[in-house]
Design a binder for this molecule. Structure first.
Ligand SMILES: Cc1cc2nc3c(=O)[nH]c(=O)nc-3n(C[C@H](O)[C@H](O)[C@H](O)COP(=O)(O)OP(=O)(O)OC[C@H]3O[C@@H](n4cnc5c(N)ncnc54)[C@H](O)[C@@H]3O)c2cc1C
Length: 317
């Protein structure tokens, strides 16, 4: 019999939620049915890739209404008896998943970064532990669904299909008045996400003073600027562009690491990078052993020279 997997679908994180199909594949091969639960969707027709869509339309359910969303998912679990519940570790997902795990009386493995499926059917969920110094493999041998939250951008939907899901009606029996009201909603002006960029120009402690210059190189290459935590902690950049264990996991085609040492917690965000160039004054820094090309020298000088060269070439074209 096919395994049943429930995914919590956040519309503004759509592609990342779709990537979670890969988690199910790594657990069950092709032997699973995917159910995506979405609340008050703007347009169900744009959601694809899943077998079924549990579309809940109820204006009493508000964004971030964790109390009622938890009840809703628990009711779905009762009806469909899912084998796995997979939630994206977004702000909402991180708040929702422990509540739901408590309600279902199951263990939760939070923030997983890899999956191993053993020949005897055991599923091992892998997550960084002890501040990222080691990776813990966790097996759920209790009753109830295997439940996990997954870092966005770590898994990539390898066999993306435009499968149109069958829409199933879904409703919460009783909706509690939680007293939650949305007072206002403010959108950030730049909603671009470093996880979407094909080229990332990333700076670390070695370019602390010159971090602002990285934007010009990123622009010349048609990419975006990213940062190590050292830069973010020094208030030179916003946390939204931090790469690593407590930042984002990125998968660009090209990652230029400028003055970045390559601490485990930084490298944890780089597992799907295609090509890496490291510029560092110390070629023994761990980032250099991961790089396709290592440039020994001052990173700020490298940025200035490369930006000038690219812009000159563009003008000559
Ligand atoms: C729980 C926890 C979570 C963490 N999460 C993250 C995370 O998500 N992301 C993250 O990045 N870190 C994270 N860290 C911090 C991490 O351990 C490192 O401290 C941090 O990554 C170091 O940043 P860095 O490599 O930019 O700076 P540094 O360690 O200061 O390294 C600077 C590098 O630049 C080189 N350099 C110096 N001068 C120059 C120059 N002029 N030109 C070229 N190279 C030069 C040096 O040789 C060195 O290799 C976390 C730590 C903890 C404990």
């Amino acid at each position: 019999m096919k395994k049943k997997c429930l995914f919590f679908y956040e519309e503004d994180q759509g592609n990342y939620v779709k990537d979670l199909l890969e988690v199910a594949r790594q657990m069950y091969g092709e032997n699973f049915e995917s159910y995506a639960l979405v609340i008050n969707p703007l347009d169900v027709n744009v959601i694809s890739g899943f077998d079924y869509l549990l579309a809940v339309k109820d204006q009493r359910l508000k964004d971030y209404d964790l109390i009622n969303i938890t009840s809703l998912m628990a009711e779905c679990q009762q009806v469909y008896q899912f084998d796995a519940v997979i939630v994206l570790a977004t702000q909402l997902g991180r708040m929702l998943s422990p509540r739901l795990a408590m309600r279902l009386h199951v263990g939760l493995v939070a923030d997983i970064t890899a999956i191993k499926s053993h020949p005897d059917g055991t599923i091992e969920m892998i997550r960084p532990a002890f501040e990222g110094k080691l990776l813990a493999g966790i097996i759920n041998d209790g009753d109830g669904p295997t439940m996990m939250s997954v870092r966005p951008g770590v898994f990539l939907d390898q066999q993306s299909t435009a499968k149109i899901p069958e829409v199933l009606a879904c409703q919460l029996q009783t909706i509690e008045d939680t007293g939650m009201r949305r007072i206002s909603q403010i959108r950030k002006p730049d909603s671009r996400d470093i996880r979407e960029s094909r080229v990332l120009v990333a700076g670390g402690g070695g370019v602390l003073k010159d971090f602002d210059q990285l934007d010009q190189l990123a622009q010349a290459l048609g990419g975006m600027t990213a940062a190590s935590r050292r830069i973010v902690d020094s208030n030179k950049a916003d946390r939204t562009i931090q790469v690593g264990q407590s930042g984002k996991t990125v998968h660009p085609e090209l990652y230029i690491a400028l003055g970045i040492y390559g601490a485990l917690q930084h490298v944890a965000g780089l597992n799907k990078v295609k090509h890496l160039i490291a510029v560092n004054t110390n070629i023994k820094a761990p980032i250099c052993s991961l790089a396709d090309i290592v440039v020994e020298g001052d990173a700020a000088e490298f940025v200035r020279k490369l930006t000038t060269r690219i812009n000159e070439n563009k003008q000559a074209e």
